[in-house]
Design a protein around this ligand. Sequence first.
Ligand code: FAD
Length: 397
Amino acid sequence: MRIVVVGAGPAGMAAARTAADAGAEVTMVDSEPEAGGQYLRGSARFGHSGVTHLKNTEAWLVEGNTLHLRGPEQLRFDALIIATGAYDRPLPFPGWDGPGVITAGAAQALAKQGVTLAERVIVTGTGPFLLPVATALQDLGATLVGVYEASSPARWLREAKAITANRHKIGELAGYRKVLPRLETRTAVIAKHGDRVTVAKLDSRWRPVSHRTVHADLVCVGYGFLPRTDLLPDARRTNDFYDVDERQRTSVENVYAAGEVTGIGGADLAEAEGVVAGAAAAGLNPPAKAVEAVRKGRLFAQALARAHAVQPGWQTWPAPDTTVCRCEKVRLEDLTDATGMRELKLSSRVAMGRCQGRICARNAAELTGVPFDGQRRVIAVPIPLGELAALPEENKS
Ligand SMILES: Cc1cc2nc3c(=O)[nH]c(=O)nc-3n(C[C@H](O)[C@H](O)[C@H](O)COP(=O)(O)OP(=O)(O)OC[C@H]3O[C@@H](n4cnc5c(N)ncnc54)[C@H](O)[C@@H]3O)c2cc1C
């Protein structure tokens, strides 16, 4: 039984180990030089005699039971597990594309390497991820001007079931106690010009009700995460996350998905889903402990999605000349009236640049009211034409 796992984060590593323990021949592919994914960032020591780990290797297409890799190389599989994770979502405001504004994920990745880019920093966005980022920056000596959470914590009062099932998450809050005094809720950065940063108090729909100016060198922006679901453009999804059954099967035959591609719930849920997917792909019944961890973790993930859902009032933050698509320099006023994403792209060039809409497509869809059609690309990562030309003839149709 040949199992291929794409992604070596908490989900992919757990899936690969579990499948190899069950006797499958496993290959784990990841674009990074070391295993660990976003959370562990190279600090994980992955080793298993039954797993071949292909490092620095990007997968770009699933075609039947073949996975295409940059190179170009191909891997045949009996079962494929996709564990490609997520990336963080910025929202545009005047100045967000200038110096001194980065995503919260980028700030965290740099902090894990001991780098902070500025003295006075702000972390703004929504969701619990803001707290570890703020803590990491403060631990590196940055002055935390503010941690601005756009949502209201009162939304969590409706989520008693999820909280009861995941009490350990409350304990995790204690680790962030040093930054809690800087936390302001229903608040967001809505403009930055030089070191002058406009901070607004928001209503429940995130429309500004008042604002003030503070001074900071760096603003770290994170409005939740978007899944990297481009490898399976035809799989059934909800809100762009893959739909999976209780064995982590997607709607595509012999293809499983685990971790943040199925919903955002943290590294422990990703790992539990990896165990379930690895066992199921190898033909075993998933361990009851992992199944239960997935059940509880999903309650938390669903509560998180509700409590920190991006609200439409953000669409009042950009000015007409605010950049929406950084790659193609498309401003809000350049977005055309369109009925669908394809027409919007062709008429304004939004989402047509190097990032292929990963950063801007959802924002552009919300700003114009066109339905967001998800991350559906035939080729999942940018590849040179030479690599396509080098494919065997039978793959070129
Ligand atoms: C930038 C960032 C920083 C984060 N930092 C933290 C943190 O500090 N603390 C925390 O609790 N949570 C953090 N998170 C949330 C964290 O990602 C998850 O909780 C957890 O890592 C999810 O695990 P995963 O296995 O689903 O995906 P990931 O850990 O994201 O792993 C996915 C892996 O797939 C690889 N990959 C993706 N596409 C391809 C492809 N086409 N070909 C080959 N390889 C591919 C990626 O390189 C990555 O190594 C962070 C998220 C992001 C986006």
